[in-house]
Design a protein around this ligand. Structure first.
Ligand code: TRP
Ligand code: SF4
Length: 404
C-alpha cells in the first residue's frame, strides 16, 4: 500500500454553530474554495465539538450541522470532496480516547481558548471533561487523515500546535523500535544504491547543518517510492529527525485570511451578536440591513462631516469597492458632500452581486435536501476508509489487539 502524501492533504473543520455569514465567506470558506482546487481536501462538520459548549442544545447542533453543509455547498465547496459529520466517523472518538491517554493536562489547561472561556463565560458551566479535551478531539480530527495542512484562523493556531505536540509525543512513545538504526539501514537498502546514498547525504545535511531544504528533498524522495512498505517509509521519515517511525505526521497550520468586515452594528460580525448578513439573505433583506447599518456617530446630520475609519460601512468599501469609489467615499464623507444613504448604495449592490451565485446554488440544494444527506453519507464512507487505515497503524504501534 502506498503512503499518503501529507503535504498535499488538507483537513478543515468548523463547529456546528448555525448559518454562515459574510465574515465566513471572506475568511475561512473563501479560502477553502481556493484550497480545494489545489489540494486533496477533507471537510469536517465538528458536531461533537458542538457538544463541548452547547451540550444542552442537541437540536440546535443537529440543525446547524445540516444548514452549515448547505451553506458550504452554496458557497462553492465541491460536493465531490469528502464532506462529513465528525459523529458519523467513529474513528474520531476512538483516536480521541487513545490520544487522551498521552496528553498532559498542562498542555490543555494553558490554552488561551480554555482560559478565556473559564474567565468570561461564568454564567455557563464549562468545567466539563469534554471542554477541556476539545483540542485532543481536534488533534484526532487532523491526525486521522494524515493531513499536512490545517487551515485555521489565528485563534485556532494554538490548537494546531497542540496537535503537533501530541503527534510528536505519540511517535516518540510508540514509534521507537529496538534496533531502529538497523531497521533504518535495511529500509534504506531497499531504495537501491543510488537513492540510498542520496538519502544518507540529505539526512546528514539536515541533522548536522539543520538544512531544511535537504529535509524537504528527502521527504519528497521517500514519498515517491511506491515499492517499499509503509513501515519502511515511516522509518525513513522518522530517521530524518528522530529515533523512530513517524506514525502520525505533524500538521502545519495554514492561516486563513482574516475578514475585516464588521457587523451591521460596528462590532465584529458574529452570530451571537445578531449583527450578521448571512449567505442566504434575500436581496430585500440586504437592502434593509445595509440601510439600517450604524455609521459614524459624528454624522448625526446630513451636513456634519464624518470619518470612514469610524464607520462599519467603510469596512465593506475596503473589501468590495474599487479605488475610485473608495476615493469618492473618503472625499464625500469627510466633506459631507455625500449622505450615508448614497454611500451605502454601492455596498448593497456589491453584496447582492457577491451573493447571487450563492443564492442560486442554495435554492437548488434547499429543493433537494436528500442530495445533501447523500453527500454526507458518501463523505462519511470515504472518510471512514481513510481514518481506519490510520487507526489500524496507531493500534498496531500501541500493541492493541496483538493477540489476534
Ligand atoms: N475548533 C475549530 C473551530 O472552532 C473547529 C475544528 C474542529 C477544526 N476540528 C477541527 C478546525 C480540525 C480544523 C481542524 O473553528
Ligand atoms: Fe460611513 Fe459612508 Fe456615512 Fe461616511 S458617508 S459615515 S463612510 S456610511
Amino acid at each position: 500500500m502506498l503512503g499518503v502524501d501529507s503535504s498535499r492533504r488538507v483537513l478543515s473543520g468548523m463547529r456546528s454553530t448555525g448559518t454562515l455569514h459574510l465574515g465566513h465567506l471572506h475568511g475561512a470558506i473563501g479560502n477553502w474554495v481556493q484550497l480545494q482546487k489545489e489540494y486533496e481536501c477533507f471537510f469536517l462538520v465538528a458536531d461533537l465539538h458542538g457538544f463541548s459548549t452547547q451540550y444542552e442544545q442537541p437540536n440546535m447542533i443537529a440543525n446547524s450541522s445540516f444548514e452549515m453543509v448547505m451553506d458550504w455547498l452554496a458557497a462553492g465547496i465541491n460536493p465531490n470532496n469528502p464532506i462529513f459529520l465528525q459523529s458519523q466517523v467513529p474513528q474520531h472518538a476512538e483516536l480521541f480516547l487513545l490520544l487522551s491517554m498521552i496528553t498532559p493536562l498542562s498542555w490543555l489547561e494553558r490554552l488561551p481558548a480554555y482560559r478565556d472561556h473559564n474567565e468570561t463565560l461564568q454564567d455557563k458551566d464549562l468545567s466539563t471533561y469534554g471542554f477541556l479535551g476539545y483540542p485532543v478531539l481536534q488533534a484526532a480530527d487532523a491526525l486521522l487523515y494524515r493531513a499536512g495542512l490545517i487551515p485555521v484562523g489565528q485563534d485556532q493556531v494554538p490548537h494546531v500546535e497542540v496537535a503537533r505536540s501530541i503527534a510528536r509525543r505519540f511517535n516518540y512513545l510508540y514509534g521507537r523500535e529496538d534496533g531502529f538504526e538497523q531497521a533504518l539501514e535495511l529500509a534504506q537498502r531497499k531504495l537501491g544504491k543510488k537513492l540510498s546514498e542520496l538519502y544518507g547525504r540529505l539526512r546528514k545535511q539536515y541533522q548536522e547543518k539543520g538544512d531544511v531544504d535537504a529535509l524537504l528533498a528527502a521527504k519528497a524522495l521517500i514519498k515517491e517510492q511506491s515499492n517499499i512498505t509503509i513501515s519502511d517509509q515511516e522509518r525513513l521519515l522518522g530517521g530524518l529527525d528522530g529515533q523512530g517511525r513517524n506514525i502520525l505526521p505533524e500538521a502545519q497550520p495554514l492561516l486563513s485570511p482574516h475578514s475585516s468586515i464588521l457587523g451591521v452594528d460596528g462590532r465584529k460580525m458574529s452570530k451571537s451578536l445578531n449583527n450578521t448578513i448571512t449567505l442566504r439573505e434575500t436581496p430585500d433583506d440586504v437592502v434593509k440591513k445595509v440601510m439600517g447599518m450604524r455609521t459614524d456617530p459624528a454624522r448625526l446630520r446630513r451636513t456634519s462631516p464624518g470619518n470612514p475609519e469610524n464607520c462599519p460601512v467603510w469596512s465593506f468599501h475596503k473589501l468590495y469597492s474599487k479605488e475610485d469609489t473608495q476615493a469618492w467615499v473618503q472625499q464625500g464623507c469627510t466633506s459631507a458632500s455625500i449622505g450615508c444613504v448614497d454611500c451605502k448604495k454601492p455596498i448593497v449592490d456589491a453584496i447582492n452581486e457577491d451573493l447571487q451565485p450563492v443564492r442560486i446554488r442554495a435554492a437548488e440544494y434547499e429543493k433537494d435536501p436528500g442530495y445533501v444527506r447523500q453527500v454526507l453519507v458518501d463523505g462519511a464512507e470515504h472518510a471512514q476508509e481513510e481514518a481506519e487505515a490510520t487507526l489500524d497503524q496507531v493500534k498496531e504501534a500501541m500493541g492493541l489487539g496483538r493477540f489476534y
